[in-house]
Design a binder for this molecule. Structure first.
Ligand SMILES: O=C(O)CCC(=O)C(=O)O
Ligand SMILES: [Fe+2]
Length: 219
């Protein structure tokens, strides 16, 4: 398998992403991620899902963490640089982190990401990825891995208005190469029920935040 070395996100896409984050608080780009890289990552997550070597995703952090299939039905596996494909993806995110820091002064210092596998029938109800003033997830990213996602297969990611969470602003088809980015504590979003197995990588740029001297736990 070969992917560009290093797997740079195209500069025009990075610039468009930063402009859109500033203007709207979110960004959607198609054909941003390299197809061969998406294919390798998709293969990894599919094998893991088949081997059942992923964890059922829950909601809430620390002691409040619980499984809630009525809220989300995906299985996850944290990226840990164990394969070349993971390293390429994480290196691309590091470049993006630097570009965002240079332009937006967000002081992002760390990135964490997991594969997410949504079996047929799974969804993730509308939510925010962090709560204002509480958590240190600042910018969320989602990279999609399924090549040729059929029109009628569901599984779209819906972005809602930060000032009116009932108002739908955009629908993202989870097609390989598509990359989405948004402000983690502002932008409500949802994964509609999927009719086919659906694979993505959800990740977060973090900043050190503490509340009452307690640093937000890593996971
Ligand atoms: O896979 C997606 O489209 C988004 C997943 C998500 O919202 C999350 O994991 O927080
Ligand atoms: Fe989310």
């Amino acid at each position: 398998m070969s992917y560009p070395e290093p797997c740079l996100l195209p500069t025009e896409q990075i610039n468009a992403l930063i402009d859109s984050l500033v203007e709207h608080g979110w960004y959607i780009g198609q054909q941003v991620l390299d197809p061969a890289l998406c294919q390798a990552l998709h293969q990894e997550v599919t094998i893991r899902a088949q081997q059942q070597s992923m964890s059922r995703a829950g909601v809430g952090r620390g002691k409040e963490h619980e499984l809630r299939e009525d809220i989300r039905g995906d299985a996850i596996h944290w990226l840990n640089r164990e394969t070349l494909a993971q390293r390429r993806y994480l290196d691309a995110m590091r470049e993006l982190q630097q570009a965002i820091n240079v332009s937006l002064y967000l002081g992002l210092f760390e990135y964490e990401a997991h594969f997410a596998h949504y079996p047929a029938g799974a969804f993730y109800r509308r939510h925010l990825d962090s709560f204002r003033g509480r958590a240190n997830r600042v910018v969320s990213t989602v990279g999609y891995l399924n090549a040729d996602w059929p029109q009628d297969a569901g599984g779209e990611m819906v972005i809602f208005d930060q000032h009116d969470p009932e108002r739908e602003l955009a629908r993202v088809t989870p097609d390989a190469g598509t990359f989405v980015c948004f402000l983690a504590d502002r932008i409500p979003h949802e994964v509609l029920p999927t009719h086919q197995p659906r694979a993505s990588i959800a990740g977060w740029f973090r900043r050190n935040a503490s509340l009452g001297g307690v640093v937000d736990p890593a996971r």
